[in-house]
Design a protein around this ligand. Structure first.
Ligand code: ZN
Length: 323
């Protein structure tokens, strides 16, 4: 019995040992699994964090650039068609004395970021070449009262500018379009309607408006007129307009924004002094594309033009046209 009892105890001990070993090894395996999973989830977390961050920063950029900018541009702009619009923008405008205008600064900063890369290398007015070049640009014309005066001033100084015309206005002022071109200025496309709610509703609609303006310009300037140079109403800035920029490029056009401006889009009758001040303030690059407006209400733009031209001459800039 004793021997039997000892045997039984041994057997029990062995069985218990095996069980303990078994449980221990299960424990080890599950620990390893947890560890592996733990590590994996850490990697995931890191990846996740990284991508989230970059997404966030992209979104931030988008957020900062897109809606604000478009709205500002919209408020800012530049509408010739109706004094109604001008009045609206006058209501909105806090008399900004030009220089402290944040809308201007936003537009300018964004220009630096976005103006160039979306166009082909063949067209880069900002490309450094050791020269000082200024491109004077006039949007929204022609205007019966101001275009002839602008042309006279340009002629007096023997310089050329680039006019971005609204198709509707071109139709109503055919002779002025011809005079602009005959004097050696460049005529570009600023859409037919300049109706931003309409043209920016869809890239196809936008292109149709571009084509419509193009056919008006061709009908006035002749079939040899084939310049495919566009200025977006309100500027091309922001992610919201990305599909529109792409659509334009895909269809063989190119576009230009600006990196200097006289601030005449803020409201009508910005003082001559402020127009000159703003233009000088932002004239910090060797290659400048200057945004101005040729619209019925922009009479001070005409008055400020000689002093602005004199300033660029005094700073050693040569005057060229965009292509
Ligand atoms: Zn415009």
């Amino acid at each position: 019995m004793k021997i039997n009892g000892n045997n039984k105890r041994r057997k029990n001990t062995i069985i218990i040992s095996i069980l303990v070993l078994f449980l221990f090894s299960i424990g080890l395996i599950s620990c390893t699994t947890i560890n592996t999973k733990g590590k994996k989830s850490m990697y995931n977390a890191e990846n996740g964090t990284t991508s989230n961050n970059s997404q966030k920063s992209m979104n931030n950029t988008k957020g900062a650039k897109d809606p604000n900018n478009l709205e500002k541009s919209t408020n800012n702009t530049e509408d010739t068609k109706a004094l109604n619009n001008s009045e609206k923008s006058m209501d909105k405008a806090e008399d900004t004395k030009g220089p402290n205008n944040s809308a201007n600064e936003d537009a300018l900063n964004k220009t630096e970021d976005t103006a160039v890369p979306n166009n082909s290398d063949d067209f880069n007015p900002y490309k450094k070449d050791g020269r000082k070049v200024v491109y004077l640009t006039f949007d929204d014309g022609p205007s019966a009262n101001n275009t002839p005066k602008i042309l006279d001033i340009l002629d007096q100084y023997n310089i050329k500018a680039t006019f971005f015309l609204i198709g509707e206005n071109a139709e109503q002022n055919e002779e002025l379009v011809k005079e602009e071109a005959a004097q050696g200025n460049v005529v570009g496309n600023h859409t037919y309607s300049h109706d931003m709610n309409y043209i920016y509703s869809d890239p196809k609609v936008f292109m149709e408006d571009i084509y419509k303006c193009q056919s008006v310009l061709s009908s006035i300037l002749g079939k040899n007129y084939n310049l495919k140079l566009v200025r977006f109403p309100g500027g091309s800035f922001g992610d919201r307009l990305k599909p529109f920029r792409e659509e334009l490029i895909e269809n063989g056009y190119h576009y230009v924004d600006w990196n200097d401006l006289n601030g005449d889009a803020e409201h009508n009758n910005v003082s001559v002094e402020n127009l000159i001040y703003t233009t000088k303030k932002y004239a910090i690059y060797d290659h400048l594309v200057v945004l101005m407006h040729d619209a019925p209400a922009k009479t001070t733009t005409v008055q400020a033009l000689p002093a602005i031209i004199e300033y660029f001459k005094s700073q050693g800039y040569s005057f060229e046209t965009l292509k």
